[in-house]
Ligand binder design. Structure first.
Ligand SMILES: Cc1cc2nc3c(=O)[nH]c(=O)nc-3n(C[C@H](O)[C@H](O)[C@H](O)COP(=O)(O)O)c2cc1C
Length: 223
């Protein structure tokens, strides 16, 4: 299993979120997976221009790191998304990346992959952020297996308490295990089916405006 870890923090892999993400990835590695990481410190993946080129022609005209990261995701079997809590949400850095995946979402372009999410905060409120990240994964076709988070203000120093490390490592193992067994829990399967139907309807509605995406669905025989 090849996994890509994407951390949306200017502190990159050495920040709190990056370090917790690495606990997940190293645990997956112990199960036989390989991993690579990408940091989004800001400015390397620019915000979406809302030009609709991805929908119409299947590519993004912006020349930044996005295409390279996309290539790496397409070559992977698993995705770990990691973000600090920035004002009750994912960081703007990760959100810019998510927004650039609009075309991916319309085509469920990451289908078949498995994912997990990682959040750290100063004072809490991680659960809705992790849920949003997992929901994003569902909309790209990924099966999320769970999340782990840490509230940095709830313990002394920078080292994660054992209990959090245990959870991060369990998540890494589950990511590999679920991918191997192709496990899809019933609730996630239902959400995936519902979202896919929504995108199918969207394609039928936008078939003239968004020829690339319409033809993508046609080629897959899913219309
Ligand atoms: C711009 C900014 C906004 C933040 N907003 C929140 C917040 O709303 N709630 C919170 O608990 N922590 C907040 N934090 C703290 C970070 O979530 C926390 O320090 C996190 O662990 C940083 O991760 P990193 O080291 O990977 O960047 C904020 C930090 C920054 C820089």
């Amino acid at each position: 299993m090849r996994i890509i870890g994407i951390v949306g923090s200017p502190r990159k892999e050495k920040g709190n979120t990056g370090r917790l993400m690495l606990e997940v990835l190293k645990s997956a590695q112990q199960q036989g997976a390989t991993f690579e990481t990408v940091a989004l410190p800001g400015g390397t993946v620019l915000p979406c221009l809302a030009c609709d080129t991805c929908h119409k022609k299947g590519f993004c005209p912006q020349r930044d790191e996005f295409d390279d990261i996309m290539g790496r995701i397409m070559a992977s079997d698993g995705i770990v998304l990691a973000s600090p809590n920035y004002i009750f949400n994912v960081s703007a850095q990760l959100k810019a990346f998510m927004d650039r995946c609009c075309g991916v979402i319309h085509c469920l372009g990451f289908e078949g992959r498995y994912g997990a999410s990682v959040v750290t905060s100063g004072g809490g409120d991680e659960a809705p952020i992790a849920e949003m990240m997992n929901h994003f994964m569902i909309t790209t076709g990924v099966t999320p297996v769970g999340s782990v988070w840490a509230t940095m203000g709830s313990f002394e120093g920078d080292e994660f308490p054992d209990e959090i490390v245990v959870r991060a490592r369990a998540l890494g193992r589950k990511l590999v295990d679920d991918w191997r067994k192709k496990n899809v829990p019933a609730d996630i399967a239902e959400r995936k089916v519902r979202f896919a139907e929504r995108m199918r309807q969207l394609m039928l509605y936008r078939k003239d405006e968004w020829p690339y995406e319409y033809q993508y669905w046609q080629k897959k025989n899913r219309l």
